[in-house]
Design a protein around this ligand. Structure first.
Ligand code: FES
Length: 117
């Protein structure tokens, strides 16, 4: 019997609003969101929605690797539009599922609400 791995290693580049890049090498659990990964690496996004995709505090732009992501849900697309200022490839980090094969993803933090401790 073959079981799927529970964890896997990935690397993601994060570009802060001030242009500083950070390469994150992480061990991710199946089902984690990108926001979970950022929190694990010391970032905080004190949104009011608790990661339910309703406040846009965690907005990011995918610079490279959009094809490696889960498709945005209808709710995520609607909320991005409702909340305004969307770029092409805008996503909400709390709605993006991290998964194997995501290596090389580059994201830019669009919200100044996301900061690193
Ligand atoms: S934390 Fe509110 S939309 Fe992601």
């Amino acid at each position: 019997m073959h079981n799927n791995p529970v964890t896997y290693a990935i690397y993601i580049t994060v570009i802060a609003p001030n242009g500083i890049r950070e390469l994150l090498n992480i061990t991710a659990l199946i089902g984690m969101t990108l926001m979970d990964v950022l929190i694990k690496r010391g970032y905080r996004a004190p949104g009011i929605c608790g990661g339910t995709g309703l406040c846009k505090a965690c907005q990011v732009t995918v610079i490279a690797g959009v094809e490696k992501l889960n498709e945005p849900s209808e709710k995520e697309l609607i909320m991005l539009k409702v909340l305004g200022e969307v770029q092409e490839n805008s996503r909400m980090a709390c709605q993006m599922r991290v998964r194997p094969g995501m290596n090389g993803l580059i994201i830019k933090l669009e919200s100044k609400k996301i900061y690193k401790l």
